[in-house]
Design a protein around this ligand. Structure first.
Ligand SMILES: C=CC1=C(C)/C(=C/C2=NC(=C3\c4[nH]c(Cc5[nH]c(C=O)c(C)c5CC)c(C)c4C(=O)[C@@H]3C(=O)OC)/[C@@H](CCC(=O)O)[C@@H]2C)NC1=O
Length: 274
């Protein structure tokens, strides 16, 4: 049932306590802000939770649409776990919020991609939905006035933090100039140090960035002309389509097999179609 899928999702069963607490807190913050504006998840139970034949990979997905008087198109939350042949495990947790074309404000995305207890890639971004060169006011309103870059600079100061350059140039081109795309690696098996970095740095910074999105993006009053709306629709559609291909297109069939990948990606694409 709905609540069963949701409670399993909220367990974030395969990650450390600080990592789980962060995801649970971010989701609670979004749900508390939008309350009844968010409709219950309508994904089929075998998309809300799925695993591959031998149970090596398992995942949970929650997508909640915004109702008619909400600026939210949908909120997507997910966790993915896969044991690796090397004995380690891959854990990816993500939360993204997509706004409707009634506003041109940036979306929100956070992804924690853990390939070992001491290696983590963090993506934390408010991806722009307009070209920043053509619309300098957009850059000023959402990225300069909000002081977003101070959070990126704060994280950069941690010795274990290095910039992460996605192998996809497209992904790099979608990200904001203030995007946090970092690789964190703690030395000689520092699992405690990794959990400390998540608890004392990634947690507060992620909540700050989400707070900026909630207060300055999701609630922004933006009047759009028809031509702007057409441009936005086209651009949103292209990005949604492409990020699924890049993020999931190869990893899902590899992790879950073609049949399950097709079923889950099919469900996601239904929501992503602008
Ligand atoms: C808008 C800004 C975005 C940025 C900046 C961004 C970045 C990256 N994500 C990657 C990945 C990734 N993400 C997810 C979550 C997820 N993504 C979507 C997208 O629609 C959905 C619907 C879901 C929930 C199901 C999974 C499962 C998954 C991978 O397997 C993949 C990965 O970890 O490979 C190592 C990396 C791919 C490129 C690279 O290897 O460098 C890269 C870091 N992804 C954005 O969307």
């Amino acid at each position: 049932s709905q609540s069963e899928g949701r409670s399993k999702f909220m367990e974030f069963p395969f990650v450390s306590a600080p990592h789980k607490n962060l995801m649970v807190d971010l989701l609670a913050t979004v749900e508390n802000r939008f309350q009844s504006q968010l409709l219950p998840c309508t994904l089929p139970p075998d998309v809300q939770y799925y695993q591959n034949q031998n149970g090596i990979a398992q995942a949970s997905l929650q997508i909640r649409s915004g109702n008619d008087n909400s600026p939210i198109d949908f909120i997507l939350g997910s966790w993915i776990h896969s044991e690796l042949p090397t004995g380690g495990a891959l854990n990816i947790t993500s939360l993204s919020a997509y706004l409707k074309r009634s506003t041109d404000a940036p979306n929100f995305v956070i992804e924690l991609i853990q390939s070992s207890p001491t290696k983590l890639v963090l993506i934390l971004d408010l991806p722009p939905r307009k070209d920043l060169v053509l619309w300098p006011d957009y850059l000023q309103t959402f990225y300069e006035q909000t002081q977003l870059d101070t959070h990126r600079q704060a994280l950069e100061k941690i010795p274990e933090v290095q910039p992460y350059f996605s192998s996809s140039l497209y992904i790099r081109s979608v990200a904001a100039p203030t995007a946090i795309m970092v690789r964190i690696e703690t030395q000689d098996g520092g699992v405690e140090r990794m959990e400390e970095i998540i608890k004392n740095h990634i947690d507060p910074i992620s909540k700050e960035v989400l707070g900026i999105w909630l207060d300055h993006c999701a609630c922004a009053r933006r009047e759009l002309g028809d031509s702007e709306r057409v441009y936005l629709e086209k651009r949103d559609g292209l990005i949604r389509k492409k990020t699924i291909e890049i993020d999931l297109g190869s990893s899902f069939p590899r992790l879950f097999g073609q049949e399950i990948a097709d079923r889950v990606l099919g469900s996601i694409r239904e929501f992503f179609a602008v």
